[in-house]
Design a binder for this molecule. Sequence first.
Ligand SMILES: [Zn+2]
Length: 257
Amino acid sequence: MRILSWLRSHALLIVALTSFSWVVALNHSGLHLSVGASVEPTPISPLPTRPNSAQLLLKSPTPSTPDSSLLPDPRPRLPLNTPSPKASPKLGHFPYPQAELNTLVAIGKYGGRVEKLAPEAAIAWQQMVSAAKANKVSIVPISGFRSIDEQAMLFRDRVRRRGLEGAARSVAPPGYSEHHTGYAIDVGDGRAPYLDISQAFARSSASRWMSKNAKKFGFELSFRPNNAQRVIYEPWHWRFVGSEQALRLFATARERG
Ligand SMILES: [Zn+2]
């Protein structure tokens, strides 16, 4: 009885003590966790910032509908490493923007690689290939569109073997190749693959046929013998100039190349 009455009178104290021990236990585990966290801090990513309304007004042509910032930007986006069209020539080569990848059209394969061109160049290419075929001449694509990254690898490799100036005589620096535009193509003779990317290709029936007929389809040779760009004679490298867009892209090269 005495114990019971003691328990009753000290009930509050017991509850308080029990709670205190729980709090201490919790604090201990909390302390442990926080120590662990301080050893390996979790990086806190900043919250995405949304442009404020003033910025939206500046950006959007229709200020009354700020949600237009969510619509795709109609301006063509150039890759970050594309030089400005106003950039000066580099080692004799003019700057070119890289084509939008999703606009390119497959025109055939070289080895296992699919070659692509800009749509209007692809159509003209197919028409030219068919016309040549009717004359028993086999024109094949070797290299159409080439990205700036791919060009960087090619150029680096050539520089290693021939030095900077020497490399630029046969390979454009990244950002300066006509192949970036989707309007240039290296051509081969399907019946003489051993002449691929060699000056001897000029003697092939494909090259002779193109010298006579390619301009009817909007194609012209980019690097003639002794050109002002000081690029070697490339009888295999043709560019398409049969559309406004293509003409605009190659205007400087046609004027000064
Ligand atoms: Zn080429």
